[in-house]
Design a protein around this ligand. Structure first.
Ligand SMILES: O=c1ccn([C@@H]2O[C@H](COP(=O)(O)O)[C@@H](O)[C@H]2O)c(=O)[nH]1
Length: 224
């Protein structure tokens, strides 16, 4: 089985990002580039990291009207990303158009409820009920719309996996036992997420901010 760990490359400087990727590449299965990286370094930055030879996950969390999201998907097609994120709450038509515009080798995954939100936060933005129920609802919408899978926390992935057997599940908000939560609120360990059916484990700060990122990545890999 291939290594499910994707390193979240949330470092602002391109040379640091390349150095970090080179340091840990033997212990990860892919590289996740988010908004921070893409806004700073664009296509050039993606090419620089693609040279390392690992799959690239563009975590752009696209969320707009269907035509705009489809156009954005076409614009990043040339980068041949393995995975791209869109927001499930953009609605069914947006999800369908995003999938139709993506390349055949790109998985489109829909972000359900950010792992930095808990039930209380959801109440503040007007959602009734619990994060778990909202994730399940949006997972059903994503499956019907024909995208490849969803992004959810490790607290929901087992239930989603039972409901959507062939789905592709990206799980961020992972924390090895004893590490700092930071802004993550629905966190589990990488091992638990993997055991519960995660396809991809997104891990950032526990590796990128470690004194020895390669040792941290190797230690997490060893727990899987
Ligand atoms: O619900 C979500 C969706 C995306 N993310 C992203 O994952 C990483 C997590 O980084 P850590 O440092 O391991 O917390 C980060 O790039 C987020 O943008 C998420 O955390 N939750």
């Amino acid at each position: 089985m291939s290594n499910p760990i994707y390193l979240a490359m949330d470092v602002p400087e391109l040379d640091r990002a390349v150095a970090l990727a080179n340091a840990v590449k033997g212990h990860i299965g892919g590289i996740k580039l988010g908004l921070e990286f893409f806004c700073a370094h664009g296509h050039h930055g993606v090419h620089e990291l693609a040279h390392i030879g690992l799959p690239i996950f563009l975590d752009l969390k696209l969320h707009d009207i269907p035509n705009t999201v489809a156009s954005a998907m076409q614009a990043i097609h040339v980068l041949e990303p393995a995975i791209v994120t869109v927001h499930a709450s953009g609605g069914r038509a947006m999800l369908e158009d995003a999938k139709a515009a993506a390349g055949a080798n790109t998985k489109v995954v829909a972000v359900t409820v950010l792992t930095s939100l808990d039930d209380n936060d959801l109440g503040q933005i007007g959602y009734q009920g619990q994060a778990h129920d909202q994730v399940m609802r949006l997972a059903e919408l994503a499956e019907r719309a024909g995208v490849d899978g969803i992004v959810c926390s490790g607290q929901e992935v087992k239930a989603v996996h039972q409901q959507w057997k062939r789905g592709f599940f990206v799980v961020p908000g992972l924390r090895p036992a004893g590490s700092e939560m930071g802004d993550q609120k629905r966190a589990v360990t990488p091992r638990q997420a993997r055991d519960d059916g995660a396809s991809v484990l997104v891990i950032g700060r526990p590796i990128s901010r470690a004194d020895d990122p390669a040792a941290a990545a190797r230690a997490i890999e060893g727990t899987l």
